[in-house]
Write a new protein. Structure first.
Length: 280
């Protein structure tokens, strides 16, 4: 086979193309990189959880998970402008990590033995408790009151299954695609209660349009240790994230994030858990 001669002009074009690529001319970035530079990082969050992970009408993102993820990303070498937020619903979190859609997930991701078989976790960074959200003045005050009543939770969440298994086997379970859908069903009377973590429920109850309409039952039905999900086997990233979380707690940025996001809801949070203590 004959080799084509490379002209001087084409050599210059080729060299320029290489230079542009090396300087980060491709804005798509590399979500699998563990350091910043000119790359972007893709981080999975929820889009519909006030106080935790919420996409606002102007396209910005707010919440405790967002603040934690932003802090971690900075410690990994990424500025806020290099973050690409990716919506990861409960049922798709493991798949998003295994496919490499995101570098890590901070989306009220409770650490469980079943999930640890599919992904690795850094953290935990928050201890929440499963609770019930009901209409103000509801006669539901205990989990057992849910027998023969309609209970809503999100597809892929463990919350409703916990209630049926441990407290109310005769509860009528309704699963929706997102918590906002469950909230609408609760408001309309289509369901009698919404169950998930108290941190999530507090965020919804504190929204202006819902103030005074809903209340937390005040139950601690389970311990939910929120971890940051990482692709299975990526120990290096897990260790770096744990280092970042430890720094966030020690420099009081964690406390500031808790107050900023949960303070308005008068949520009584637990102290910061021990980072790296992945509970069973």
């Amino acid at each position: 086979m004959k080799l084509r001669k490379v002209t001087a002009a084409s050599a210059v074009v080729f060299a320029l193309a290489l230079t542009a690529t090396a300087c980060g001319g491709d804005d798509s970035g590399d979500s699998n990189s563990s350091s910043g530079g000119g790359d972007k990082i893709k981080i999975g969050i929820k889009y519909d959880q006030p106080g935790l992970g919420l996409k606002t009408p102007d396209g910005s993102f707010t919440g405790f998970d967002v603040d934690v993820a932003t802090y971690v990303a900075k410690e990994l070498g990424y500025e806020p402008g290099q973050i690409e937020w990716v919506e990861t619903k409960s049922a798709d979190r493991e798949n998003a990590l295994s496919r490499g859609d995101v570098k890590f997930i901070a989306a009220t991701y409770s650490i469980t033995d079943e999930r640890k078989e599919k992904v690795d976790f850094a953290g935990p960074y928050l201890l929440a408790h499963q609770d019930l959200l009901v209409k103000k003045g509801s006669d539901i005050s205990e989990a057992t009151d849910l027998n023969d009543k309609k209970l809503c939770s999100v597809t892929g969440s463990t919350s409703a299954q916990n209630v049926k298994k441990d407290f109310a086997p005769d509860a009528q379970l309704t699963e929706r695609g997102g918590y906002s859908e469950c909230l609408s069903a609760l408001q309309s009377g289509a369901v009698d209660a919404l169950t998930t973590d108290d941190s999530i429920l507090a965020g919804y109850a504190a929204q202006d349009q819902y103030k005074g309409k809903f209340e937390l039952a005040g139950l601690k039905l389970s311990n939910e240790n929120y971890g940051i999900g990482v692709k299975k086997g990526d120990t290096e990233t897990v260790n770096k994230i744990n280092d970042a979380l430890e720094k966030m707690v020690s420099d009081k940025s964690w406390d500031k994030a808790v107050e900023a996001n949960f303070g308005p809801a008068e949520y009584k949070n637990e102290p910061a858990p021990q980072i790296g203590n992945i509970v069973k």
